[in-house]
Structure formats: C-alpha cells, structure tokens
Ligand binder design. Structure first.
Ligand code: N01
Length: 496
C-alpha cells in the first residue's frame, strides 16, 4: 500500500489491530462518529487480511458476492462468487475512499498488549515501538495463522514446500510432480488448478468433505447496470440471498433431517464429477453433511478423476527429502509439496500477546475454559478490549462481513456510551459471560457440528465448539444492536 506510513504516536484513543474487513470497517465506523483519534496497526504491507494473504490459484469466495461487501459500501461485482483479486481490490478501494488510510501503519506487528490498571489503558508494544491506547480493538482474523502439519521428516524435505496461504508464486508447477496435503476449502480450489499443469498430482485426503455444485457465473452487462442503477434492486437481491442462506440454520442447529436434500445434491455432484466407482466411494464422506464446512466446487471431482491425479487415503507416516510415505509403505516421489492444512483457529496466536487486568494472557485464561467471551466481542478481566470475529462468531452458511458489521454496531455503541458517560473502562461481568457461554454450549449439543460424527476445526481440544454461532445471524444482529452496559463492570473516573 502506497499510503504514507505515519510515525507511531505515543498515545491514541483507539488502537485497531489488523486491516482486513474487520480493521477497515472499525476505522470507517469510528471516523463516522467523530472518533478520529485511532491507529490501525497491520503486520502485512497492505489492507485485505485473508484476501491479501490467500493468493493461491483458484482462490475465491464460497459465499455469494452480494453478501461479501459492507452494507455501507456496495460493489459492482463481476460474478456471483467472486475470486480473490476482486475481493482484495474491493477492500483496497473501500479503505482508500474512506479517507482513513493516513492512520494505518503497515509492516508492524503487535508483540504484546498489556492492560495497565493504574493508568487505565492498554500498553501496546509493536515492532515499530510502543503505543498507549484507551481501547484495543482486535481484528486480527480467525484464519490468519497457517497451521503446518506435524509430520515426521517434513522439515527435511528438499523440494519446494509452502502453505496454501503463503503461496510461492516463484515456483512454476508446470510439468512438476506435486502433492497437496488436505482436502478442505482451500485444497479443493487449488487441486483443479494444479491438476491442469502438473505432470502428476497426489492429493492426500484424511477426511472426505461434502461438496455441493458451485453456481458461479459472470453477471451480464445488463445485470450489472441494473444492480448499480435501479434503486433498491441490489439491496433486494442481497436480502433475498441473505434470507435464503438463513434457511440453512435450522438444519445445522436443530433439525438435521432438513439437510437430506443437500446430501443428495452432494452425492449427485460426486456421480457427475467422477466415473470411477472406487474413487466415488473414497470421496464419499461418512459423517453428516454440515458437520464440517460444506464446500462448493464443480471442478474438484473431475480433477481427482483425471489421469494425472491420484487420491491417496492412506495415512502419511513420514516425508523424506524427496517423497511422501504412507502407512502401507508406498513412497511417492514429488518435486513440490503444498500443505493446505488450515489455520490455528481455537488457539489463536494473538491470545498469547494480550494480557488482562491480572497480568495473565488471554491464552492462559482460555487454556482452562476454551475460548470464551461475552457476545463474541468483550472479555471479563480484559477492560476496553473489543474483539472482532471473537469466540463463537464464525458461520458455516453466510458472510462474515455481516457478523463484522453486527459487532461494529455494538462496539460503536459502546464507544459512544463510554464517551457520553465518561467511563474510563468497561468489561463484562464474569457471571454474565459465564451465562452467555453456558447458553451457547447448551445450544451446541443439538447441532450438526457436535452430533454430526466428524472432527473439525470448529472444535477445540476439549471438544467444545468455540468458533461457530449456533443461531441465526438475525438473532446475532439483534443481540449486538445495543451496548448493554448493565451487563458490564464500569470503572468510574479516578484522579490520575
Ligand atoms: O483448512 P481446513 P482450509 N495430515 O482446516 C487436512 C475458509 N476458507 O484452509 O479434515 C493430513 O478446512 C484436514 O483433514 P481433516 C473456510 O472457512 C474459505 O482448507 O482434519 N491432512 C483438511 O482436509 C475454511 O473452512 C474460503 O481430516 C491434514 C485440511 O487439511 C477455512 O478457511 C476458501 C493434516 C485442512 O482443511 C479453512 O480452510 C478457503 C495432516 N497432518 C478457505 N492436517 C472461501 O471460499 C490437516 N489436514 C471463502
């Protein structure tokens, strides 16, 4: 990003961590209410977050484009499911047009943020120096830290190796022997692209995912003009898609029998894409649809069915300098190893860097309970900390941009309330937070994510689902509409 990087101030009212959808949205919304004394600290060299980092071939959104923009900054999308470059460009444009980029600092990582109870503010150490802030707003993303597989010998691999979210564009895969480990949302987008150019491709599947057809198409010029210029049309179209997606929720949360048509559709997607009966059986999941994220692709199965691709379902036992070895003793030689093995989701790295009132880190608090917060946003013992895309705010069916905007409404109302009342600090009451999480976990019991017979990144080491929201997003938006200060411990003003 070519924006001039400001020198780090010693003090700001709001420090925002991360410049993805969450951080950019927070900057815009704070500016809107005249809270201009903020700074956005971003470890990368641009805005965009996950849409800046995930540049692998085929990277695209599996949520409809119409839902993938801020309600206050619509976009003229070129197709129904947009690819990464278009989403990245959208976020760059929104940030540039917001007039807030002068308060973004790039290439700067937060190394430690500690609450100073005496001063009543956050002391934040970054790679570019220290900043003090009244409020700390984190938007560092739930899927930002690549998770590498712990496979014997992987460090000794002599060929090229990279994670899906850190694609090495210097490596030409044409004519190479390539292996992809993983069959999640990233892998199923990568595999068809690699299959087209590689001499040979091995796809290592630990668990087969459910995959629905991808109804992607380019919008015609007339459609785009109409969506742009006919008053209310884009809003109506967006609402129709939004409410359509909300109808998935009962099937995920309470009535699994409602997912039967989706399962049939996924099964027919396998039949359409794969001719070999043995391969069809290997890619057919043995758990309930929805238990893991439902994926969408028309190209993945045909790519697996291609002559130059092998699906390997035997467990990987080790990696040698030139090959992947599976438990049946087979050694498959490769030139390039792509690990599409996901992200740290329930052990978020930023949690190790934020220290609350008692000096302990979020990670230490969460090591006992699993990730927990109040309304996915505020955390007992961590005054004036607002976390965007916090615990239990993830979705399996709709857009995270909607969640982020819902949380922003709550945070902005909190900031406004704090300002009007002159409260130096707020934090949720522990018993309120406990009740919130008890209710979430009670609701989780009946969901497909808990009872669907799979292991997924939604669940933590204790088997608790601390990542997903188990209700409709309509209810999430309602619950986050106003800052409920009666649920908070308020620190009154003290002489400093
Ligand atoms: O990661 P994943 P992802 N040996 O964790 C396998 C979002 N996203 O990057 O299922 C062998 O889903 C693992 O196997 P298993 C979206 O929210 C969105 O693909 O655990 N295999 C799995 O197959 C998504 O959910 C878009 O048994 C190993 C895979 O690696 C999230 O990102 C696009 C292994 C990891 O799948 C993460 O997706 C892409 C090992 N040691 C991603 N370790 C959009 O379109 C892991 N695996 C918006």
């Amino acid at each position: 990003m070519s924006a001039t990087t400001p020198a780090l101030p010693t003090r700001v009212r709001h420090l925002i961590v991360g410049a993805g959808f969450a951080g950019v949205g927070a900057a815009i919304k704070l500016a809107e209410i005249g809270e201009d004394d903020f700074l956005v600290v971003e470890k990368g060299n641009d805005v965009g977050g996950t849409w800046r980092d995930n540049t692998y071939p085929g990277a695209a959104c599996d949520v409809p484009s119409q839902l993938y923009s801020f309600s206050f900054a619509r976009n003229d999308w070129s197709r129904s499911f947009s690819a990464q470059p278009e989403i990245f460009a959208y976020l760059q444009r929104v940030a540039a047009e917001s007039g807030t980029l002068d308060r973004f600092v790039f290439d700067t990582a937060v190394t430690e943020a500690a609450w100073d109870d005496t001063a009543g503010e956050w002391v934040v150490d970054t790679t570019a120096g220290q900043v003090r802030a009244t409020n700390l707003i984190t938007g560092s993303g739930g899927l930002s830290e690549p998770k590498l597989p712990d496979i014997d010998g992987i460090d000794g691999f002599d060929g090229e190796i990279f994670h899906s979210a850190r694609w090495n564009h210097d490596i030409d895969l044409t004519g190479k022997r390539v292996a992809v480990i993983g069959t999640g949302a990233s892998a199923i987008q990568i595999v068809p692209q690699v299959q087209k150019v590689a001499a040979h491709l091995d796809v290592y599947q630990r668990t087969a995912p459910w995959i629905l057809p991808r109804h992607d198409r380019t919008y015609s010029t007339i459609e785009r003009l109409a969506l742009k210029h006919v008053p209310g049309l884009q809003r109506a179209y967006r609402s129709a898609i939004y409410f359509g997606r909300e109808t998935y929720v009962p099937g995920f949360t309470r009535f699994p029998q409602l997912t039967a048509p989706a399962k049939r559709l996924a099964e027919s997607n396998i039949r359409r894409g794969i001719t070999d009966p043995e391969l069809r059986a290997q890619v057919t999941p043995d758990f309930q649809i929805g238990c893991k994220r439902i994926l969408i692709s028309n190209e993945y199965y045909p790519a697996l069915d291609a002559d130059n691709t092998d699906l390997v379902t035997d467990r990987i036992t080790k990696i040698t300098p030139g090959a992947v070895v599976t438990e049946d003793g087979t050694e498959r030689e490769i030139d390039v190893l792509i690990v599409a093995t996901g992200f740290h989701t329930t052990d978020q790295p930023i949690a190790h860097h934020i220290r609350g009132r008692d000096g302990r880190s979020l990670a230490e608090h969460w090591s006992e309970t699993g990730m927990a917060s109040y309304k996915g946003t505020c955390i007992a013992g961590f005054p004036n900390l607002f976390q965007l895309v916090g615990p239990n705010t993830g979705l399996g069916h709709s857009s995270m941009v909607f969640v982020i905007e819902s949380q922003l409404a709550y945070i902005i109302d909190a900031v406004r309330t704090q300002r009007q009342a002159g409260w130096p600090a707020v934090e949720p009451r522990p018993e309120v937070q406990d009740a919130w999480n008890a209710d979430l976990q009670r609701r989780m019991q009946s969901t497909v994510w808990s009872a669907g017979g799979c292991a997924s990144w939604y669940l933590d080491d204790h088997g608790r689902n601390t990542t997903l929201w188990p209700r409709t997003t309509i209810s999430l938006r309602r619950l986050l509409a106003n800052f409920d200060s009666d649920k908070y411990v308020i620190t009154e003003r003290t002489a400093r």
